[in-house]
Design a protein around this ligand. Structure first.
Ligand code: Z5A
Length: 213
């Protein structure tokens, strides 16, 4: 039986460059010949992608904070059972664009829901499963928002939030990284792209050294 795969997540607030940089993480895995699966949250299965669409679509009806939280965890439960756990059990590594740290940051920090409530749902859905490595891309909020503005396209329900929301998101992300240094690697995403990718490669090299001898 092959050994359990490793679970890597990439996180950050608006405009940190997750989509741009996830390819760099993939390249590190490919160079080592590691079998991996790239996925994302909310989403990753047909049902969870439908829930993602419900979550992100701008709408006139106010979405209650608890409704949002439950939708996020409903999508996660499906994703874990259908995709993440089976892959890890087969020895496939999982690279996930956002996971539960985003829930603490967006629904806890941004929406102001209790972190203890989030922890309860986390335990219910994850039963102790945590990422092995979380790359947190961090940039000051104004810079990130300016990048998203330049990228263009129609803003989703989260992207329509204001500075104060994203400051709260960033604060929770940073707190979580500071209180869990064994799992998190904080990357300064305000640097030029080449420097960001250099730091990601260093973080990955260190992790691979320990996890893929
Ligand atoms: N959400 C939630 O509320 N609760 C949860 O539990 C989860 C999620 C899991 C969708 O996520 C939403 O779901 C998300 C939170 C919520 N909120 N929003 N919005 P998503 O991950 O799909 O959405 P996103 O944040 O928009 O991700 P993204 O598309 O990866 O955006 P990004 O991080 O900003 O990445 P980017 O498109 O690569 O970069 C933005 C621009 O900056 C782009 O033009 C780049 O060329 C540029 N860029 C990137 N890096 C640099 C550097 N270093 N210098 C200069 N310019 C750069």
């Amino acid at each position: 039986m092959s050994s359990r795969g490793r679970f890597i997540t990439i996180e950050g607030g608006e405009g940190v460059g997750k989509s741009t940089n996830i390819a760099c993480v993939e390249q590190c895995l490919q160079e080592r010949g590691i079998r991996y699966l790239k996925t994302r949250e909310p989403g990753g299965t047909p049902l969870a992608e439908e829930l993602r669409n419900l979550l992100l679509a701008p709408r006139t009806e106010k979405v209650c904070e608890k409704t949002e939280l439950l939708l996020v965890f409903a999508a996660r439960a499906q994703h874990l059972e259908q995709v993440i756990r089976p892959a890890l059990a087969q020895g496939t590594w999982v690279l996930c664009d956002r996971f539960t740290d985003a829930t603490y940051a967006y629904q806890g920090g941004g929406r102001g829901l209790s972190l203890a409530t989030i922890a309860l749902l986390e335990e219910l859905v994850q039963e102790g499963l945590q990422p092995d490595l979380t790359l947190l891309l961090d940039v000051d909020v104004r810079t990130g928002m300016a990048r998203v503005g330049k990228r263009g396209g129609e803003a989703d329900r989260f992207e329509r939030e204001q500075l104060v929301f994203f400051e709260a998101v960033r604060a929770i992300y940073r707190d979580r990284a500071a209180s869990n240094p064994a799992r998190f690697r904080l990357v300064d995403a305000g640097q030029p792209l080449a420097s960001v990718q250099h730091d990601i490669r260093c973080a990955m090299a260190e992790f691979l050294e320990r996890n893929h001898g």
